[in-house]
Design a protein around this ligand. Structure first.
Ligand SMILES: C[S@@+](CC[C@H](N)C(=O)[O-])C[C@H]1O[C@@H](n2cnc3c(N)ncnc32)[C@H](O)[C@@H]1O
Length: 379
């Protein structure tokens, strides 16, 4: 069975693993000792891998049927293994070696020396070497945290940044302090919605359009709803700026009344819901924070696809940094608004199952709780 390796960006590996699991549901994820490498077992096509990396926020590259080498093992055996690998998985066209370093320098290992030797092996197997724009890249991840090198034909850019600098929220024509960071917005869209072809994504409370922009840029069928016409107008400006040809639909309406707001052809086809709710008493006045979330969860279920997912983001009191693991069930923390026990019970009441929760450290006085839920099967 194929065993690929995902190379994750360093920002929040635990969320990145959840994102890979969601984008490639056919894969079984196996943790390696390293923070940023995870093995994927299963029947995954190259095309599925391309689409997943193209959508992903937290995955810098996938290595096709990767070879793993442990620092203490003999490098000659590794080179031999690589020769066999290249014979087993030949590619046509030019090639180059692309090195990625995780967590600093691997003691006693010269990545340059490795890359040079591997370049020589590629050349000896008849690949024209093109360092500028190769048709294929042989990716090598040097992971200092676990002393592992992973190597294989690479899908994805291998860049540490996913290009979000070019999509910074502050650069958009319509910016508000509530605007979500594109890196987290993209990841939430992917965790909630799954593979790109699984159905549409709905941003339940769009604001300036943080989720909508990321879903639209990833070529997903996208809807965004907001009660406030000023926000809808602003989010539309941002969408026209980020993706002028986008077919994403921004809809003025109430997220507690979704069947009346979204077009009928999208009913029962929403695969991913993303929710970044307002705080304090909301524009509806009559509902408090937990009641509003409950009403929205209830309404979402009415338009959800069979296997829909949802990601909810809530501010919390700082909790320390936990980028490597999901929160334990019994972890105790305090939300900035409302009680966790109340939020938790709204999920149970409305037919959503909480799958996992993570914490993102924002600054000394703010953290974020990121929650993934899936729909409890409907009759
Ligand atoms: C925290 S902001 C969302 C920020 C957004 N994620 C962004 O990137 O800009 C919450 C939004 O929820 C909207 N809202 C409040 N109640 C709503 C409701 N019942 N239905 C739809 N939108 C609602 C508010 O108008 C506000 O724009």
């Amino acid at each position: 069975m194929a065993s690929h390796v995902a190379s994750l960006r360093g920002w929040h590996p635990a969320l990145a693993r959840a994102e890979v699991a969601s984008l490639l549901p056919q894969a079984k994820l196996i943790r390696l000792e390293s923070r940023r490498l995870v093995q994927l077992e299963g029947d995954i096509s190259l095309e599925q891998m391309h689409t997943a990396v193209e959508c992903a926020s937290g995955c810098q590259a996938l290595l096709w049927n990767a070879i793993l080498w442990k620092h203490e093992e003999d490098s000659t055996a590794f080179y031999e293994h690589l020769r066999t690998y290249l014979e087993a998985y030949p590619r046509t066209g030019s090639a180059a070696v692309r090195s990625m370093k995780h967590e600093g320098k691997m003691p006693g290992v010269s990545s340059r020396e490795f890359a040079r030797t591997i370049g020589g092996i590629l050349s000896s197997q008849g690949y024209p070497i093109d360092l500028e724009s190769p048709e294929h890249r042989l990716g090598m991840v040097f992971d200092a945290s676990a002393g592992i090198i992973a190597c294989g034909w690479m899908v994805g850019s291998g860049d540490d940044s996913d290009g979000i600098v070019a999509r910074r929220a502050t650069d958009r024509p319509f910016f508000k302090p509530v605007s979500l960071d594109p890196r987290l917005a993209r990841l939430a869209v992917n965790v909630a919605s799954g593979p790109r072809d699984s159905g549409a994504t709905l941003d339940l409370m769009t604001g300036t359009g943080g989720f909508v922009l990321e879903a639209a840029i990833s070529n997903r069928e996208t809807y965004g709803v907001d009660l406030d016409p000023f926000m809808i107008e602003g989010a539309q400006k941002n969408l026209d700026w980020a993706m002028p040809s986008s077919e994403a639909k921004l809809l003025l309406g109430d997220a507690t009344q979704l069947p009346e707001v979204i077009p009928s052809h999208a009913h029962k086809r929403i695969a991913g819901f993303v929710l970044d709710p307002p705080y304090g008493r909301n524009s509806q006045g009559s509902l408090d924070h937990a009641e509003l979330i409950e009403a929205v969860l209830h309404s979402s279920r009415k338009v959800a696809a069979k296997k829909a997912g949802l990601v909810l983001i809530l501010p919390m009191h700082p909790f320390g940094e936990f980028p490597d693991e999901a929160l334990e069930d019994e972890a105790e923390f305090e939300l900035l608004h409302g009680q966790w026990s109340e939020i938790k019970s709204t999920f149970n009441k409305t037919g959503w199952r909480i799958e996992q929760r993570w914490v993102e450290h924002v600054h000394a006085s703010l953290g974020r709780l990121i929650l993934h839920a899936t729909i409890v099967p409907q009759d």
